[in-house]
Design a protein around this ligand. Sequence first.
Ligand code: ATP
Ligand code: MG
Ligand code: FE
Length: 356
Amino acid sequence: MLVLGFESSCDETGVALVEVASPDAPSAPGSPRLLAHTLHSQIALHRAYGGVVPELASRDHIRRVVPLLREALGRSGRTLADVDAIAYTQGPGLAGALLVGCAFAEALATALDRPVVPVHHLEGHLLSPLLSADPPTFPFVALLVSGGHTQLMRVDGVGRYTLLGETLDDAAGEAFDKTAKLLGLPYPGGPALAKLAEGGRADAIKLPRPMLHSDDLNFSFAGLKTAVLTRVRDLCPAGEALNEAVRADVARAFQDAIVEVLVKKSLKALKQSGLQRLVVAGGVGANRHLRAMLDAAARRHRLRVHYPELEFCTDNGAMIALAGALRLVADASVARAPGTFAVRPRWPLAELMTPA
Ligand code: ATP
Ligand code: MG
Ligand code: FE
């Protein structure tokens, strides 16, 4: 079964082809295979504005989707006639951006007379480590750390998710981006802040570890960002620019604080659920310090940590085609006839969850 997937929830246009054995195939169902994927990031387009401009994002998705599809098909060696189902991100995300992917996927599916599978963007992130060379097996605890979400989840199988904890305010990626902005770094701030932090000194600046010792698995990062703001004001009361060395110290302190909280809460989630496997997904999963600290903790506690390939940490079409394919294999009734143009800019993952 060949699934074509589209991602357009924010500022990345992604297209991918994933092949998976259908449940009624005579051979044993093998793991899904990514045949090809193409991606265009709009980072350069939005940089001048310091963040994503929704209208520009929608227009750029329109421009990119057809060439990306042609390229993906070319690389896969397949044609549109080979496609069995079309998956696309239905939400959450920017309404106009989602509508481009939805309208395109629904129209293409209508023309080809194929079913569609609307996909929840976060389920895509959550399952993205399954695309790696050494995929995790179920069950596992997932730490989902993206630009809009920070959640710990127990994953017992495709579609079988239990929320263990989440952020009460800012997402981890959002905290990285906002703090980066405060330090005068260009959009998107997360990777830039991580790079700056490499030159900073440990413990030169002290920052709080929000909710580190709360007896739940929730997070709160808004206070951390405010603490950085206060510290920056203390360091330069007249509003003068921070020198490079101090900025690096601040970046280091921020990254150390957020990573420590993410690592400790992930370990706590593993302990509470009695599981030994942790899966990290979402853009902040690309952070090298987070990976190093998680790997060190895993060695100490005899745990396994799985990450998506770096290119599949942030938004991409491969994870959407994969989630669509796995959903279809798990339950053929998720496929529906094309022709409905409905996106869900706000779509709590909880609505997708079935009790484990
Ligand atoms: P969501 O999936 O919740 O809708 P999103 O799609 O915008 O949000 P992702 O694409 O998963 O989020 O990730 C983007 C986020 O990851 C940004 O906030 C970005 O700053 C952050 N990020 C990317 N690389 C790094 C890094 N190396 N260190 C820290 N943060 C990073
Ligand atoms: Mg993005
Ligand atoms: Fe995302």
